[in-house]
Design a protein around this ligand. Structure first.
Ligand SMILES: Nc1ncnc2c1ncn2[C@@H]1O[C@H](COP(=O)(O)OP(=O)(O)OP(=O)(O)O)[C@@H](O)[C@H]1O
Length: 307
């Protein structure tokens, strides 16, 4: 007699991993700075997904964690807990040599202080050439790439100038060229227009858009400048080390950002931050009533019930 074939019920199908198709993944990211006696939680469980080809502005009050986030994504700073991945590279478990390669090839970084992005005694051509020389790129390819970048970013006329012979806006556009030299997937910029007047800032911002649209980089730009965040399709606001809300702008017929709509961000546990003005308007405090309507969720003061 043969044994009956044992059939087991099918196991649960695994849901795809959070952010499996995103270029940048921050999953419950925590960064704690420990100084002598104090502990500062700069990132407190931040979730963020950015897809290939996006241009995203990060905004938030001073001290909300924007620079810390960028330093983690740049591979300069390591998170204390959580998951961070950029173009398939896990930033939590990364060896020192992988980190060097990652910073050289996968991300480009532009700082606020224009002078710190460049080298005082090198011309624009020489400083754009430098990361490619370090990466071992052939001389002909380096020359072509340098010319293309300076031309495309509108600073070809600065090719033989040193930083002190350029304006602040030209220095930042050359800095973008340096950051893009090794064709990184992601360009990170921390307040790149912070030291510039509004006209020069808009030239630098146009160069970031060129980097995104024409040179294929996914761009993440931290900014205080409402004029900058008003020109990108997606603005992510950070509050107390977490993503709190997002503004999405639809493109108008010219492709420029048009109407804006603000969204609250829901984390994976279902938590949403109700904006302070909403809470104050309805005097929502510690406990609220929540109910499912046909196509929305209602949140009401628990005092409604008592009255
Ligand atoms: N190296 C460090 N050591 C200790 N605390 C730090 C360090 N770097 C940042 N912090 C603290 O972490 C928090 C977040 O700082 P972060 O620089 O990321 O904020 P930010 O949003 O970029 O601020 P800003 O807009 O002023 O640049 C702040 O409370 C800051 O004081």
């Amino acid at each position: 007699m043969t044994d009956p074939v044992l059939t087991l019920p099918a196991g649960p199908r695994h849901a795809p991993e959070f952010g499996h198709d995103a270029l940048v993944v921050c999953d419950n990211l925590v960064r704690i700075y420990q100084t002598d006696s104090v502990e500062v939680q700069a990132l407190q469980g931040l979730d963020l997904l950015i897809h290939d080809g996006e241009m995203v502005a990060i905004v938030g009050a001073s001290g909300s964690g924007k620079s810390t986030l960028l330093q983690v994504l740049a591979g300069v700073d390591a998170p204390t807990a959580g998951r961070a991945r950029v173009a398939g590279h896990d930033l939590v478990d990364m060896s020192r040599s992988d980190r060097v390669r990652f910073r050289r090839h996968v991300v480009g970084f532009v700082r606020q202080q224009a002078a710190r992005n460049l080298v005082p005694y090198l011309t624009a051509s020489q400083v754009v050439d430098l990361p490619m020389t370090i990466a071992g790129t052939a001389r002909k390819d380096r020359r072509e790439r340098t010319e293309t970048l300076l031309e495309t970013l509108g600073v070809a006329h600065c090719a033989h100038r040193r930083p002190q012979e350029m304006s602040g806006g030209e220095q930042q556009r050359v800095a973008i060229a340096v950051a893009l030299a090794n064709r990184p997937k992601v360009l990170l910029a921390d307040e790149p227009t912070g030291e510039l007047d509004s006209e020069t800032a808009s030239d630098v911002f146009a160069a970031l858009r060129t980097a995104n649209r024409d040179l294929g980089a996914t761009v993440v730009v931290v900014t205080h400048d409402a004029a900058v965040s008003g020109q990108v399709a997606r603005t992510v606001a950070i509050r107390d080390g977490r993503t709190s809300s997002e503004v999405l702008r639809s493109a108008d017929t010219e492709g420029a950002p048009g109407a804006a709509e603000e969204y609250a961000v829901m984390d994976r546990a279902g938590r949403v931050q109700v904006p302070r003005e909403f809470r104050e308007a309805l005097d929502l405090t510690r406990r609220v009533r929540i109910a499912l309507a046909q196509d929305h969720v209602e949140i009401r003061s628990d005092r409604d019930e008592e009255e």
